[in-house]
Design a protein around this ligand. Structure first.
Ligand SMILES: [Zn+2]
Length: 242
């Protein structure tokens, strides 16, 4: 009897410690650069489909002066209140490899402070501006309590072998991207791997080289729906990565 109880206790403890298995067709949607179309067009479409997503916020580019093309903090707060994740994309969108650790720390902390001012929780997800990464940045993010950080790349994220603070993307929405390429990225979400998708504005008027046409975006989202994908924010990966 004692042995049985001990075995049950051990099993219970193990289940608490172990991660949930990664389901097939697990997709993370991410949107960079605080573009106004993300609040106006993307969020309502995601809500319609019941999809989660992460919006990586920066005050770089013309965020402070052009409130036609960049979100207001009220819009960012509204995204949080709708259940989306607000992630940190730094104050000025400077590449981390060009910054001293104290500069990067200040730019990361700035977005954390702006979130706090608007009742948004401290971010646990980060996105590397321009996709450049460094060991120093990984260390800094880990020390500041970040769990995930997305870089560039073109492969599915494998929690068994990839560092979550250097998370690759499986797809990077560009004007020339095709539905077939998107479908190929989604198809990588199997065997424990997760497809992390990057978008900028839908559309992105100020940065046409990362523009995604709204009609094309709707086709991408319809594909996720048709495939029965589980579509989540980056923070929701936590239960798969214990
Ligand atoms: Zn960016």
């Amino acid at each position: 009897m004692k042995i049985l109880i001990a075995l049950l206790a051990l099993g219970f403890a193990t289940s608490l410690l172990s991660a949930e298995p990664v389901p097939a067709k697990l997709v993370v949607l991410t949107f960079d650069d605080s573009v106004a179309s993300q609040a106006n067009h993307v969020a309502p479409l995601l809500k319609k489909h019941g999809f989660g997503a992460t919006f990586f916020i920066t005050e770089g580019f013309e965020f402070l002066v052009d409130k036609t093309h960049y979100m207001t903090w009220e819009q960012i707060k509204a995204l949080h209140e709708q259940g989306f994740e607000i992630g940190n994309h730094t104050r000025k969108h400077a590449g981390v490899t060009k910054q001293k650790p104290e500069q990067l720390a200040a730019d990361v902390e700035f977005i954390e402070t702006r979130c706090a001012e608007h009742g948004i929780p401290k971010p646990v997800s980060f996105c590397y501006p321009g996709y450049a990464t460094s060991e120093a940045a990984v260390k800094l993010l880990r020390e500041r309590g970040y769990k995930f950080a997305r870089a560039g790349g073109a492969k599915a994220f494998d929690p068994a072998s990839d560092e979550p603070l250097l998370m690759p993307q499986a797809f990077d929405g560009k004007p020339e991207s095709t539905l077939e390429q998107f479908k190929a990225a989604v198809a990588q979400a199997k065997d424990g791997k997760i497809a992390v998708m990057t978008f900028h504005g839908v559309p992105d008027i100020k940065h046409p080289w990362v523009n995604t046409d709204p009609a094309k975006f709707e086709a991408y989202m319809q594909h996720l729906k048709d495939e029965g994908c589980t579509v989540i924010a980056m923070r929701d990966l936590a239960k798969y990565l214990k």
